[in-house]
Write a protein that binds this ligand. Structure first.
Ligand SMILES: Cc1cc2nc3c(=O)[nH]c(=O)nc-3n(C[C@H](O)[C@H](O)[C@H](O)COP(=O)(O)O)c2cc1C
Length: 393
C-alpha cells in the first residue's frame, strides 16, 4: 500500500514534469507524444514513448540531458521525427498476410527482424545493467548489437554476455596505435564488422545537455574528470598516443587495409558521399545524423535515405537510423531502400526504465509494431516492401 502511494505520487510528479515547459527545456520529450504514460512494469509500456517517460524519471537529470540532447535548439533532432510525416504508405489489399515474416539477411546471417541496436556510449550512465543488460536483451530477442568505442564495459565482457559476436563501432582517439589496439581486440572478440563513425560530434553545441547539467545537484567530478579525459578512461577508448588526424577518405582507405573485419561507414547523409563509399568498396553504409547530435543540418535522415538509396542501388548494404520510434517508421525506411534500421534512444529508454527487461520490452514493441504494419499494409515479407509502397506527400 505504501508503495502504491509512492508510485502514485511519483507518477503525478512525472506527469507534471512531462507537461511542464521546464521539462520540455531539457527532457527532449516530444509534445506530439504527450499521450505517453508511466509504466510500472515493462509489460505496462504500450509504446516506446511510455518507456521514454518512465526512463526520464529514473535517469539522473544530467545523464538524461546527455541522452535526450541534440545540437543547438534540437531542431535536427525534431526533424528526424517530422520528416517521416512527408512519406505516406500505399496499402495493398487482398494479400495473404496471416503469417508475416519480418526476417532479413545481413552479410549472410539471418536475423528475425531488421531492427539493429545502435552503438550508444556510456550505458551504465542510464542503468546499472549497462551494456551487459543490452547484450542479454539482444541475446534473448536475437538482435544484432553494435558496441561503442566509448562503452562502459569492454568488448570481451559484452561479447560474453551476448554469447555471440558484436559489431564494433570505431572512434579514433589514441592515434593509430590506439586504433590498431582497438581493432585487434574487436577482431579477437570475433566481431565481423567495424563501423567507422564519420559524423563529427564536437560536443560543444548541445544546449539541452548543458541546461540539464546545471540542474543536476550531484558532484559530477566524482565520475568525470573532464569530458575528453572521461572518454579516454573507458575500457575500449584508452591507450595509444596523442596523435590527431582527420577522419578522411584516405583514413577510410587505411582502415580498410588495416583490418580483417568488414568496414561499414556510419554517418553518411548525401548521395555523393554514398557513391564514393561504394566506389571505395565499403561493405555497408549507415545513413545517420547521430540522432540529431552531430551537425545541425535541420534535415531528417529519412530524407537523406530517399536521396541515397537510388544511388546505392543494392551495391552495398544500406542501413539507416535517427528518429525511428515506431513500426511504421521502420516500414517506411525499408520501403525507401534500407536493408535494416538502427535504433538508439528507444532501447536506451527501455534500459533506463527497467534495465535488461526494459530493453527487451523496447525491442518487442518495435518488432510487434513492424509486424502489424506489414500485415496492415499487405506485405508478407521484408522483400515484399518496396518503393511502390510509398507516396511522397
Ligand atoms: C546517448 C547517445 C550516445 C551515443 N553514442 C554513440 C557512440 O558512441 N558512437 C556512435 O557511433 N553513435 C553514438 N550515438 C548515435 C547512435 O548510434 C545512433 O546513431 C542514434 O542514437 C540514432 O538515433 P535515435 O537515437 O533517434 O534512434 C549515440 C546516441 C546517443 C543518444
Amino acid at each position: 500500500m505504501a508503495q502504491d502511494v509512492t508510485t502514485q505520487s511519483r507518477r503525478k510528479f512525472l506527469q507534471f514534469l512531462a507537461a511542464s515547459p521546464l521539462c520540455g527545456a531539457f527532457a527532449g520529450l516530444n509534445p506530439a507524444d504527450a499521450a505517453a504514460e508511466l509504466a510500472a512494469s515493462p509489460a505496462d509500456a504500450i509504446d516506446i514513448f511510455d518507456l521514454e517517460l518512465t526512463a526520464s524519471g529514473k535517469i539522473p537529470v544530467a545523464h538524461w540531458g546527455y541522452l535526450a540532447t541534440g545540437v543547438n535548439d534540437d531542431s535536427t533532432l525534431r526533424a528526424n521525427r517530422t520528416a517521416f510525416e512527408k512519406y505516406f504508405v500505399r496499402s495493398l489489399r487482398l494479400q495473404d498476410v496471416l503469417d508475416v515474416d519480418s526476417s532479413v539477411e545481413i552479410l549472410g546471417t539471418r536475423w528475425p527482424t531488421p531492427i539493429v541496436m545502435a552503438p550508444v556510449g556510456s550505458q551504465k550512465a542510464f542503468h546499472a545493467d549497462g551494456e551487459l543488460g543490452s547484450a542479454r536483451a539482444a541475446k534473448s530477442r536475437n538482435h544484432l548489437q553494435m558496441l561503442s568505442t566509448v562503452s562502459s564495459t569492454s568488448i570481451e565482457e559484452v561479447t560474453a554476455a551476448r554469447e555471440a559476436p558484436l559489431w564494433f563501432q570505431l572512434y579514433t582517439m589514441g592515434g593509430w596505435q590506439g586504433i590498431r589496439a582497438r581493432l585487434r581486440r574487436a577482431e579477437a572478440a570475433g566481431s565481423p564488422v567495424v563501423v567507422l563513425t564519420v559524423d563529427n560530434v564536437p560536443g560543444g553545441d548541445r544546449h539541452t545537455l548543458a541546461r540539464a547539467v546545471r540542474k543536476d545537484s550531484r558532484d559530477c567530478s566524482v565520475c568525470h574528470e573532464g569530458s575528453g579525459v572521461a572518454a579516454r578512461t573507458k575500457p575500449m577508448a584508452g591507450g595509444g598516443t596523442d596523435e590527431r588526424f582527420g577522419v578522411t577518405w584516405e583514413f577510410l582507405d587505411r582502415l580498410q587495409q588495416e583490418t580483417t573485419m568488414k568496414v561499414f561507414v556510419k554517418g553518411i547523409v548525401t548521395a555523393e558521399d554514398a557513391e564514393r563509399c561504394v566506389e571505395q568498396g565499403v561493405d555497408g553504409i549507415i545513413v545517420s545524423n547521430h540522432g540529431g547530435r552531430g551537425d545541425d543540418s535541420g534535415r531528417g535522415t529519412i530524407d537523406s535515405l530517399a536521396e541515397i538509396a537510388p544511388v546505392v542501388r543494392g551495391r552495398t548494404t544500406l542501413m539507416m537510423d535517427s528518429g525511428i520510434r515506431r513500426g511504421n517508421d521502420i516500414f517506411k525506411a525499408i520501403a525507401l531502400g534500407a536493408d535494416a534500421v538502427l535504433v538508439g534512444r528507444p532501447y536506451i529508454w527501455g534500459l533506463g526504465a527497467f534495465g535488461q527487461a526494459g530493453v527487451e520490452r523496447a525491442l518487442d514493441i518495435l518488432t510487434n509494431e513492424l509486424r502489424v504494419a506489414m500485415q496492415s499494409f499487405g506485405t508478407r515479407t521484408i522483400a515484399d516492401i518496396g518503393r511502390s509502397n510509398i507516396q511522397i506527400g
